[in-house]
Design a protein around this ligand. Structure first.
Ligand code: BG6
Length: 484
């Protein structure tokens, strides 16, 4: 089957904290992601274990690491030093776009400095220029799960309105420096994580709140500050360059009702509104949807939002929508067997197979999702993450015969093609990931997603050398022929 759309963008996505390493060089500060240790006894099917709440004490202790624990995201895959080699491989696979993130901690390590860190600016100038040399369009995530620790420590994260100003200053610096080198901007990765895993998303720590209701209030208020910051930078960016393109990024977990019982249908509608549509609604339509006001009322959330902020949201909405798509699940009013998912657990679906981490594979769900989002928003869509994590080792020929990945990717691409035939305006796809990286949730190197194998184990032992998997050659060929 031929892929329909000729001007489609094809590439891969990574995130600074999962690839760069070099956590303490050139003035960089530590980030929340680099302060979660590797857990050797992790139960891969239990999301709660991976996202276990971090205490302030454990975070402070991690700075000097007197216990000698391993913090995988401090090392990543050494992309900081090897990015030229990696970009060349992406280009040789015939990718034409690379989604990367910039580490705030390299540009304003404390958040509140007046002047940016020159060394950090220089690094990204070189990296982005290298992307262009390799004919890669660039999509930049401005903050991908890596809030600098000083912003959490001193300001208590996004709950503090000063952080809005710090983020704006950071973004203005990026626009001034890199406007010509970046094609698409995404302010915050998986913005719905602020509700499901707040310390990672907004940098608020549970222990700082006296009760569950104060904590819920803080989660939504901190998230609101992120929405405001996004609208503000859209306004600023568009004044600087009317052609600048801004998107959102949402962890899209599509769910189906467990059966046709209207009660379960309604439960699914509620779950989808709260876990998914709310975030797109605010950013694409420019206002808080009606169902969330009822939720706020029933949960004693008193959102502080001014008339001026309402206007700001309304006048500064998205140019396009991006989302990550890995799996789907089910919902039900009754208690059902749960399955792990991307940042949230969902009900099992007997029709789907799951990965070792319990993520239920559902290519058709991607077509459904694309149609839903297109019907609802009529904005161009981009799949900014999609892929499969598997434990892999190099065989004697120094490769990995990853037929399961070829199957996963091709089945999803087929469904994108179907959605295009349905009339959906979807214009690009960056797989997670073009190259093995440290896992965001489980911190494992052994949860591998790449077309390119990286020789590091969970403790960062290894040469770090890159090896091409079978899927790399498959992808390259697909790009040459357009045949799925
Ligand atoms: C998304 C994130 O949640 O999923 C990525 O944006 C992450 O950072 C990816 O790596 C896959 O999740 P994990 O936990 O398997 O790495």
């Amino acid at each position: 089957m031929k892929f329909e759309r000729k001007d489609f963008l094809w590439g891969g996505a990574t995130a600074a904290a999962q690839v760069e390493g070099a956590y303490d060089v050139d003035g960089k500060s530590l980030t929340i992601s680099e302060m979660r240790p590797y857990q050797s006894k992790l139960d891969r099917k239990k999301l709660e274990d991976s996202l276990k709440t971090l205490t302030r004490k454990s975070l402070v202790d991690s700075i000097e690491n007197k216990e000698g624990l391993h913090y995988p995201k401090r090392y990543g895959i050494d992309h900081y030093n090897r990015y030229k080699e990696d970009l060349k491989l992406f280009k040789e696979a015939n990718m034409n776009i690379y989604r990367l993130s910039i580490a705030w901690s390299r540009i304003f390590p404390n958040g509140d400095e007046k002047e940016p860190n020159k060394k950090g600016l220089e690094f990204y100038k070189n990296l982005l220029t290298e992307c262009k040399k390799n004919n890669l369009k660039v999509m930049v995530t401005i903050n991908h799960f890596d809030l600098p620790w000083p912003i959490i420590d001193k300001y208590k994260g996004w709950i503090n309105r000063d952080v809005i100003d710090m983020f704006i200053k950071y973004c203005k610096t990026l626009f001034n420096e890199y406007m010509d080198l970046v094609d698409y901007w995404l302010p915050i990765n998986e913005i719905n994580i602020g509700v499901v895993a707040p310390e990672l998303g907004t940098g608020i720590l549970k222990e700082d709140y006296k009760s569950e209701s104060e904590y819920i209030q803080a989660k939504y208020q901190a998230l609101h500050h992120q929405f405001i910051a996004c609208s503000k930078i859209f306004e600023i960016g568009r004044k600087m360059n009317k052609d600048i393109k801004f998107g959102c990024m949402v962890a899209n977990v599509t769910t189906y009702p467990s059966d046709c019982n209207p009660i379960n249908q309604r439960e699914n509608q509620r779950f989808q509104q709260l876990s998914r549509f709310f975030f797109y609604d605010v950013m694409a339509r420019g206002e808080y949807p009606s169902y969330i006001w009822r939720y706020f009322k029933e949960n004693n959330v008193n959102l502080i939002i001014s008339e001026e902020e309402k206007k700001l949201l309304k006048n500064n909405t998205l140019d396009f929508i991006t989302f990550s798509y890995y799996m789907t699940g089910t919902t039900s009013k009754e208690s059902v067997e749960k399955s792990n998912g991307n940042l949230m657990s969902v009900g099992k679906n007997p029709f789907l197979k799951e990965t070792e981490w319990g993520w239920q594979i559902d290519p058709v769900g991607l077509r459904i999702t694309l149609n839903q989002l297109w019907d609802r928003y009529q904005l161009p869509l981009f799949i900014s993450e999609n892929g499969i994590g598997v434990v892999e080792t190099l065989n004697k020929n120094n490769t990995v015969e990853d037929d399961y990945r070829i199957e996963y990717l091709s089945k999803h691409i087929e469904q994108i093609n179907e959605a295009i035939k349905d009339g959906v305006d979807v214009f690009g796809y960056t797989m997670w990931t073009p190259i093995d990286v440290v896992s965001a949730t489980t911190n494992e190197m052994s949860k591998r997603y790449g077309l390119i194998y990286v020789d590091y184990d969970d403790y960062h032992n290894g040469s770090g050398n890159r090896y091409l998997k079978k899927s790399y050659h498959w992808f390259k060929k697909f790009r040459e022929t357009g045949e799925i």
